[in-house]
Design a binder for this molecule. Structure first.
Ligand code: SF4
Length: 280
């Protein structure tokens, strides 16, 4: 049994919150760079240049890439041979979010109650997904998620008779209806199968996969490629001002499902699709 103290976890999470918000991952940055070469709209090209310039400034000045530093979504892979000492794991993670958002001067965007709407003032609680895995390591991924894009996400409880074509139409429709609201170019995470909550979880998890990577299932890989093409023909373009670069990447994750259903979740993210990870 390997022991990890909660203080190590708190410090790691605090650093990840700041890093994720200030340093755009290279896959997103490179996708924006590449899009400059293919974007046909002049204004679209200009916006893409502004987006990479903004990301450069954020990295050099250690400032957030966007004012919406998001709600902290955290994926934990806990090795079953790890013993957490000194306190509770969930408390240690939330303490890390508190520390990171305070010390990094990141905007606190979380309200205590969805109706009363009083700010918790430290961006806690985080949304934490736990997975118990083999081994004696602890992997933590922090994925701050802004709500301009989160609000445009959709879930479809399709009948199996809709088939893969019906699923593709629903996914493209979600992006079309999102239009300029999620600060395009977007990154689109799709969760297929499972049940209601599993499909949403998969869609969120899909956003962690690097842009340009593909599902190892051939039919899903084909689906990702076709969806990307169809979405980039919608004409929404960078920041919704027209152009070909509406979506930088589409990642599809799947899970077995029930004979009577075909849940499809579409989690839309923006040009500031963020995540940072550490293995302790
Ligand atoms: S959708 Fe993304 S880029 Fe737009 S405000 Fe939210 S976090 Fe920022």
């Amino acid at each position: 049994m390997r022991e990890i103290n909660v203080s190590e976890i708190t410090n790691a999470v605090a650093k990840l919150c700041i890093d994720a918000n200030c340093k755009l991952n290279s896959d997103v940055y490179n996708a924006l760079e590449n899009a400059k070469k293919t974007e046909e709209s002049e204004i679209g090209k200009e916006i893409l240049c502004q987006l990479t310039e903004n990301a450069d400034i954020a990295k050099n000045e250690n400032m957030p890439i966007c004012q919406d530093t998001g709600m902290a979504v955290i994926f934990v892979e806990l090795g079953q041979e790890v013993h957490i000492s000194g306190g509770k794991l969930t408390d240690a993670i939330n303490e890390g979010v508190r520390k990171g958002y305070t010390e990094g001067y990141l905007r606190k965007s979380v309200v205590k109650d969805p109706f009363i709407r009083e700010n918790t003032k430290d961006n806690t609680p985080a949304i934490i997904h736990y997975d118990i895995v083999e081994g004696d390591k602890l992997k933590i991924t922090v994925a701050p998620k802004g709500f301009g894009s989160e609000n445009m996400s959709q879930i479809f409880m399709l009948k199996p008779s809709a088939g893969i074509e019906g699923a593709k139409d629903a996914i493209v429709r979600a992006v079309d209806e999102a239009g300029p609201n999620p600060c395009p170019p977007m990154v689109v995470g799709v969760g297929v199968g499972g049940n209601f909550e599993m499909s949403a979880y998969l869609a969120k998890k899909a956003l962690l996969r690097p842009i340009g990577s593909h599902s190892d299932k051939p039919h899903l890989r084909e689906m990702e490629e076709e969806l990307l093409e169809r979405m980039n023909n919608l004409g929404i373009g960078p920041q919704g001002l027209g152009g070909r670069t509406t979506v930088l990447g589409v990642n599809v994750e799947s899970y077995p499902t029930h004979i009577a259903g075909m849940p499809i979740a579409v989690n839309i993210s923006c040009h500031v699709t963020r995540h940072a990870e550490v293995i302790l």
